[in-house]
Design a protein around this ligand. Sequence first.
Ligand code: CA
Length: 223
Amino acid sequence: MQLLLAEDEQKTAGYLTKGLREDGHAVDAVANGADALALALHQAFDAIILDVMLPGMDGWEVLRRLRAAGCATPVLFLTARDHVEDRVRGLDLGANDYLIKPFAFAELLARLRNLARLPKGMADGGILMAGGLEIDTLRHHAARAGHTLQLTAKEYALLLLLARNKGRVLSRTIIAEAIWGMFHEQQSNAVDALVRRLRAKLDTPFETALLRTIRGTGYVLEA
Ligand code: CA
């Protein structure tokens, strides 16, 4: 893969660059947001690894400007922040995935492989369509068949996660990690409860169910 790495911490940048090259990737490394934006807009990358906290223009602003300019390159956010609001904000702005620091290098490689498998046009300037469902990720707005869904931040985060992975079954572990940042056994119930709340708003008033339970496996949004 042709990768752009934007990370200002020299040690981390050096370590990541070395590891990614050893794994066979071509890496361009930059240490600030303005350079990341300029390079991403003028060169084709398979994926961008974007640190949130960058000097000058932060990762959020880089991502916002990239998407506003129509750049659909998959973006993997690196964040030290462990609040759902920050993750939701990143996903809202069109990030495809995120990793919370510190992370294992093997995890980064796995996420990059996932990003490479994403269908083209997933990050299409903010509008995500799935089975009569329309999610405007820039305006944080979701509607089904023209009816606005009144969702809480976590319900919205779950819907966005499912929509970005439509047709793919997501396990409770994957969902818990995406929404809360980590997985504990007791969160299995929290995931089920969150799914129930989302389903009540997403599917109950309509003829067909979009959110399906795959017994013993997880949940899927019908493509
Ligand atoms: Ca940083």
